[in-house]
Design a protein around this ligand. Structure first.
Ligand SMILES: Nc1ncnc2c1ncn2[C@@H]1O[C@H](COP(=O)(O)OP(=O)(O)OP(=O)(O)O)[C@@H](O)[C@H]1O
Ligand SMILES: [Mg+2]
Length: 108
């Protein structure tokens, strides 16, 4: 099997005014094509933060995300959007549905 996504020394520090919240501190991870993986941990341990980075929704403060062989750590919004549109599927913790659209149109 070949690797689809890799995290290298991944840090994500959220900045709230003067306060810094280090949600991820040096995470290493590799997922092979065809793998089924679960990330488990207590609330606030950084699961969603990690998934947002692995899924090209967010960029790390430090470290790298390699998605299908491409370093996307510093990719621009247009590139990240393109990868997400073609290669990533999300089921969000909050559903992010558009209330004015039908269920079918939301899926589309
Ligand atoms: N946008 C943000 N701004 C500031 N701090 C944030 C932000 N998002 C998450 N955090 C903080 O980062 C840490 C990790 O949060 P995260 O949402 O990744 O955890 P989680 O494991 O997904 O939790 P849960 O199980 O409740 O979904 C927490 O301390 C959280 O308060
Ligand atoms: Mg979460």
């Amino acid at each position: 099997m070949s690797e689809i996504v890799r995290a290298e020394s991944l840090w994500r520090i959220y900045k709230l005014d003067e306060v810094e919240v280090p949600a991820l501190q040096g995470v290493h991870l590799s997922v092979e094509k065809g793998d089924f993986s679960a990330i488990v941990g207590p609330s606030g341990s950084g699961k969603s933060t990690l998934l947002h980075l692995l899924g090209c929704l967010d960029r790390p403060t430090k470290g790298k995300v390699i998605f299908a062989g491409e370093d996307v750590s510093k990719a621009g919004d247009a590139r990240l959007t393109n990868i997400r549109a073609r290669r990533v599927g999300f089921v969000f913790q909050t559903f992010n549905l558009m209330p004015t659209l039908s269920a079918k149109d939301n899926v589309a």
